[in-house]
Ligand binder design. Structure first.
Ligand code: SF4
Length: 63
């Protein structure tokens, strides 16, 4: 009831990563970031933030 959703969630982009997503490439540099962001605090991920900002700024054309 009214639970604040914070972290502990897998990023919605994890299944279909964007081109700059950490999870697009698994290596020793990206794995810690994947664990940190993609599986937990995706709302803090720079790519996620950028995408949310970009998409929320897009205007939907009206007829
Ligand atoms: S957390 Fe960031 S890097 Fe990971 S899938 Fe989401 S947007 Fe991409």
């Amino acid at each position: 009831m009214g639970t604040k959703k914070q972290g502990k969630d897998t990023c919605p982009y994890f299944d279909e990563p964007m081109k700059d997503c950490y999870c697009g490439v698994f290596n020793s540099l990206t794995i810690p970031l994947i664990v940190r962001y993609c599986f937990k605090d995706y709302q803090e991920c720079p790519h996620y933030k950028q995408t949310v900002l970009t998409t929320s700024n897009q205007e939907v054309p009206k007829e």
